[in-house]
Design a protein around this ligand. Structure first.
Ligand code: HAM
Length: 416
């Protein structure tokens, strides 16, 4: 117990952390190009935020939240996602007073009490973006294009982009009636959670994970057949916007997304080669969220990409995570005098930007050379009394075995 990380969490160790750094730096780079500024919100929030924002009939809120009472008797929840927090911060800091739209991105850990399996964790990480202040379809197109460009630049070109429109609260009313009518005919087959959802929020039955509810959902009336003219026009503009920039998609009427705040456009990007947890990215518009949380009515849209799932897909495809720079120089030493000298030498070399190391284990010269080789150092230099007296030593290129004599205080120049 004590020496095992909690179920559904994992340590990320070097050199794997380099993959994370790569994905994060690529995210920063693309967000800069698209004009998104970083937002960092707390890891935990008042539970109420998620009840109101994400919705109290969703799986995330009903079954998956890490909620506890703190010492001040407040109900606190570790964030299960980033959108509600970004919306809360938008209201709290009156970000709507800025020129609109306000474009934000984040890379954050999220927490959901789910049954762990490959690609499904209890602590996982999201790269997400949110845009507040515009209801224009062109923002939907921009958001989707950002996700696709990010994935393409990582080398992922054969992903599936599914889009749908789940309309506005007005079209939802008409649809909900149809849905209730349909599920009432199958009431006895529904799971207990869905029975309780039927009158409160029938849409949530459509993303229930139970196989029987799932099979019933397949034949349920489709929201897209009930959306109003305005929502339909909005969706058509999103589709033609995607067509115009050459992003291919499939309209999938079964995508409703598992969170309550969505309106109009919803979308998911998936990869076939990570099995059941195939959604790498999910997002959509949430024009009612800010007002639901008590702010001035402000439209919004965003997505989040699961970093762990992204890494799985990239590893499965054998994609590169960028170049990992090999360490440059290992300074091997013989004797106490050389050991002391090497301390100063590596200190100075590091100051001038060279990645270098010396022995820290009291190894023999042979063992030091073996260590340098195993650790992938590009060069080694051996220092003994003679080398120090002459201020000269031999650099060995570890890949081809060639050697070069260098003055000790010129090593940095040589390596650069
Ligand atoms: P979501 O679909 O719940 O949406 O999560 C987004 C992505 O996070 C998923 O596509 C998946 O890659 C990853 N993910 C979710 N749950 C887990 C898990 N248990 N383990 C590993 N990865 C997971 C949202 O969270 C919305 N906030 C997205 C959004 C932003 N919509 C608008 N703006």
């Amino acid at each position: 117990m004590l020496t095992k990380a909690p179920r559904g969490t994992s340590d990320i160790l070097s050199p794997n952390t380099a993959k994370w750094q790569y994905l994060e730096s690529k995210a920063r780079d693309i967000c800069a190009r698209f004009g998104y500024g970083e937002i960092r919100t707390p890891t935990f929030e008042h539970t109420e935020l998620f009840l109101r924002g994400v919705g109290d009939t969703t799986d995330v809120v009903e079954k998956q939240m890490y909620t506890f009472t703190d010492k001040g008797d407040r109900s606190i929840t570790l964030r299960p996602e980033g959108t509600a927090s970004a919306a809360r911060a938008f209201i709290e800091h009156n970000l709507g007073a800025n020129p609109l739209p306000v474009k934000l991105f984040y890379t954050i850990p999220c927490f959901r009490y789910e049954k762990p399996q490959a690609g499904r964790l209890r602590e996982f990480h999201q790269f997400g973006v949110e845009v507040f202040g515009s209801d224009k379809p062109s923002v939907d197109v921009e958001i989707i294009s950002l996700a696709i460009m990010y994935l393409n630049e990582l080398g992922l070109n054969d992903l599936t982009l599914n889009i749908n429109s789940i309309g506005c609260p007005e079209c939802r009313k008409k649809y909900n009636e149809k849905l209730i009518e349909y599920f009432k005919e199958h009431y006895d087959e529904l799971c207990d959670t869905c029975k309780s959802r039927l009158e409160r929020n029938p849409l949530r039955i459509l993303d229930c994970k139970s196989p029987i509810c799932g099979a019933l959902a397949k034949n349920a009336p489709k929201l897209i057949d009930y959306i109003c003219d305005e929502c339909s026009e909005h969706f058509n503009s999103v589709k033609s916007g995607l067509d115009a920039i050459g992003i291919s998609y499939t309209v999938d009427p079964d995508i409703v997304r598992g969170l309550d705040y969505y309106t109009k456009t919803v979308f998911e990007v998936s990869s076939n080669d990570i099995g059941s947890q195939s959604a790498v990215c999910g997002g959509g518009r949430y024009d009612g969220l800010i007002s639901e949380l008590g702010g001035n009515a402000t439209p919004g849209i965003g997505f989040a990409l699961g970093i762990e799932r992204l890494i799985m897909v990239m590893e499965n495809k054998g994609l590169s995570f960028g170049e990992v720079k090999a360490p440059q120089l290992f300074v091997a030493t013989i004797g106490k005098k050389a050991d002391i000298y090497a301390e100063k030498l590596v200190y100075e070399l590091r100051k001038s930007g060279i990645v270098c190391e010396k022995d820290r284990m009291g190894r023999s010269l042979k063992a030091q050379m073996k260590y340098a080789d195993k650790s992938g150092y590009l060069y080694t230099v051996v220092l003994g009394d003679d080398e120090i007296d002459k201020n000269e030593a031999t650099l060995k290129n570890m890949s081809d075995g060639t050697t070069t004599d260098v003055t000790l205080d010129k090593i940095a120049d040589y390596l650069r």
